[in-house]
Design a protein around this ligand. Sequence first.
Ligand code: GTR
Length: 337
Amino acid sequence: MRRDVSQFNITRRQSMLALAATAGVAACGARSGRDLLGADSHPDGYPTVEAVREMGRLLDERSGGRLRIKMYAGGQLGSERDTLEITTFGGLDLNRVNLAPLNSIEPLTTIPALPFLFSSTAHMRMALDGPVGDRILASLEPHDLIGLCFYDSGERSFYNTRKPILTPDDMAGLKIRVPNSDLYVAMIRALGADATPMPLGEVYQALVQGVIDGAENNWPSFESGRHFEAAPFYSLTRHIIAPEVLVMSASRWRKLSDEDKTLVRQAARDSVPYMRGLWDARVAASREKILASGVAVNEVQDLGAFQQQMRPVWDRFVRTDLQKELVAEIEAMRPGT
Ligand code: GTR
């Protein structure tokens, strides 16, 4: 079974890369100042997708139709790891991804994903809307990516097909899917579970087939991918409050005039409050749908036990002086400190 899945991945990965390259080339041939091509693993209607569309609307309006965005939603062009690769070589112009697939590219991106770093979404927004966030976005440029803005991604919690998770001991031996990131793998292992890195688009099938026992994500992703139909236990550990990020291909960026660079940056920033409005509404709607479906949702009384067990992950991933400095700055902004 395992071998079949990975063979499928290779074939699918290759065909997606080819498809994306073709989409870029075709659009290139169609218009000289072609539309900015964007990818998102989430479907139409998801807040991240609609926020980038809003950015496109602003750009179109402010540039007098010179700059527009065409979105390929729903993972049409491949997993986040694949589309990031395409973006770095310029086959795609814009890509909305989570920070997780960037962890192996740039170590500063692991910081916002440290378990229990942010105490709330408000804390995350406060830290990343300022100089700390700007520093992390800027760290992507040497990797041929321009970090344009962060979007919300709520709180990630565990869901599984077997039982409610009440204490870290309940995680023992469970096979948990994680995004492709060493930080996530380390976090799951620290809890005594088995980590299975896998693209988001394969999670539903893997839950149904029993290839994995569970995964972890926010309310909208748990709902949107129909994972809640396969995994009826959702345990609110809220272990990660990391943001999404919108990146642009540096090669396309360098071709923009200074005036257009300002327009692109500004439109991206202006799409953030719009996204947050959509996000808050979507979290509420997804939560309601999941509760109505009969999923057993439980609070976790002793989050400190999870925090303590995941703490060694910090020592492994927070190593350089700069990383330590940014973590200290974020912690100092924690409400009540
Ligand atoms: C979601 C995020 C996606 C993707 C996904 C995952 O919350 O919006 O970009 O990273 O998690 O777990 O792969």
